[in-house]
Design a protein around this ligand. Structure first.
Ligand code: DUC
Ligand code: ZN
Ligand code: ZN
Length: 477
């Protein structure tokens, strides 16, 4: 089996940093050694197949993006990244594991939705992948099927309090699903926005001629995120089910999570790069020569970008520091402007919701280290270690230690990354992050011991990525 030595680097984990060499044997990390160690009784560098010189660079566990939507059917179209293009873009950005959402639509047997996602992914991924299950219809059959998910390695499922008529579940359905989750150990992931109330506001805005993307943000008011977050917490409290709230964007929703956590409830939350950097005023309200006020459609996603003047972005960074929020995922759900987002010209309700960020998550969060928002260790914790623990992959993923999969990123803090549609690898005709400059660079990426990114060269192979059967959450109180 091929051996690789990553030498002269600084190994960074969630708990500290140290000068160390990492020996990879086949697909696994074999040893983490003092630099120049002769502990193994021979000159290691002279006895491996490949030596990677990481002098001046960080050696971190590969990123885990626990929230992606490849090929998601949504808004009359389908998210534009396939498992092939999406996992390739992930590798370019230093992410070596994705957890995508298998979709069960209302009325469809849960098993059929899951089988479709397995078919789409199998043989197409360059990095390892797992699934959460979207439960789009709670009935006796789907509740029974939920009971079998853990055996399939799917230990979390998502429900939507938004999108009536599409993915929406009412409170009665949520209670039933949470009761089942409480019995089986499944982690409930919640899209917490009050969908019926949003639909009323959206209809009123459109009736007043307010049809531009900007109004998407006004219709999805923070009060409706706070309310749904609170309601989901109380339903989880009632049923004893652990709760993970996805894509938190409102500071008031964070207050609800913190309140529940302070009382000792198993409640967790993620935010996404877009809620840390982008805003209602600057992006949803943007205008361009090409698109006019429809330019803002590039940033139509749900939950929506929030007003900077209300302080949501600062509050998200703060919550990441204090652990009121535990993780950063992307909610990667890309759509092109031409032929997809433009379905909503003249009516923001018809714009497919989603932003593509998968390739840039590690860089964007590293920029938070540069700007002093988070520490180097917290960067690793938020993007790799906690996702592994939260979703039952820790030990195998999310850490640099003997026995773990050799999913490793060599990150250059002296490098530079300019983000642009011209250079990204996601299947999109624009970048939501155009013009963002990162004071760092993903240099080398190993996926289970194999180099998939070598400087500016892509060496990944579709089909090398394997399905990950996940265990129960390792993060519960
Ligand atoms: N939000 C998005 O922006 N896209 C996909 C689904 C979701 O909840
Ligand atoms: Zn969602
Ligand atoms: Zn999502």
């Amino acid at each position: 089996m091929a051996k690789t030595l990553i030498t002269n680097g600084t190994v960074v984990t969630a708990t500290g940093r140290s000068a160390a060499d990492v020996l990879v044997d086949g697909e696994k990390i074999a040893a983490v050694l003092e630099p120049g160690s002769t502990l193994l009784g021979f000159d290691i560098a002279a006895n491996v197949d490949t030596v990677i010189d990481a002098a001046g660079k960080y050696v971190i566990p590969g990123g885990i993006d626990a929230h992606t939507h490849f090929e998601l059917p949504f808004g009359g179209t389908e998210a534009s990244d396939t498992f092939e293009s999406g996992t390739r873009a992930a590798a370019w950005g230093g992410t070596t594991t994705v957890i995508d959402f298998a979709v069960q639509t209302t009325g469809q047997p849960l098993e059929d939705g899951l089988a479709t996602w397995h078919e789409r992914a199998a043989g197409n991924c360059a990095i390892d992948y797992g699934f959460h299950q979207i439960v789009g219809g709670v009935d006796d059959a789907s509740l029974k099927a939920m009971g079998r998910l853990v055996d399939e390695g799917i230990t979390s499922y998502k429900m939507f309090m938004a999108y009536p008529g599409v993915f929406y579940s009412d409170d009665a359905q949520i209670v039933k699903a949470m009761q089942k989750a409480g019995e089986t150990g499944l982690l409930t992931m919640m899209h917490a926005e009050n969908g019926p109330a949003i639909d009323v506001l959206a209809e009123q805005l459109v009736a007043q001629g307010k049809t531009d993307p900007y109004y998407h943000g006004l219709a999805r008011a923070w009060q409706l995120e706070e309310e749904a977050t609170h309601r989901s917490i109380m339903l989880a409290n009632l049923t004893g089910a652990p709760l993970y709230v996805v894509h938190v964007s409102a500071k008031q929703a964070v207050e609800q999570l913190a309140w529940a956590r302070d009382k000792g409830q198993n409640v967790f939350g993620e935010t996404c790069p877009q809620y840390l950097y982008l805003s209602l005023e600057e992006q949803l309200g943007a205008s361009s020569a090409q698109w006019g006020a429809f330019e803002g459609a590039k940033w139509v996603c749900s939950t929506p970008l929030r007003a900077r003047e209300e302080g949501h972005q600062d509050a998200m960074w703060q919550a990441l520091r204090t652990n009121d929020l535990q993780m950063v995922s992307t909610d990667h759900c890309p759509f092109c402007m031409k032929g997809q987002k433009d379905l909503g010209i003249g009516d923001f309700r018809k714009i497919p919701n989603g932003i593509g960020s998968l390739e840039h998550r590690m860089d964007l969060m590293y920029q938070g280290v540069v700007s002093g928002e988070i520490s180097l260790e917290r960067w690793v914790e938020l993007t790799s270690t906690t996702p592994a623990r939260m979703f039952g992959l820790y030990g195998r993923k999310g850490v640099i230690q003997p026995g773990a999969d050799a999913d490793i990123v060599v990150y250059d803090p002296k490098g530079h990354t300019s983000i642009s549609v011209e250079t990204h690898h996601m299947n999109m005709d624009h970048s939501a992050w155009e013009g963002f400059e990162i004071d760092g660079h993903v240099d080398t990426v190993l996926s289970r011991g194999k180099i998939v990114i070598d400087g500016n060269q892509y060496l990944g192979v579709k089909g090398d990525g394997k399905y990950l059967k996940r265990g129960l959450s390792q993060y519960l109180i």
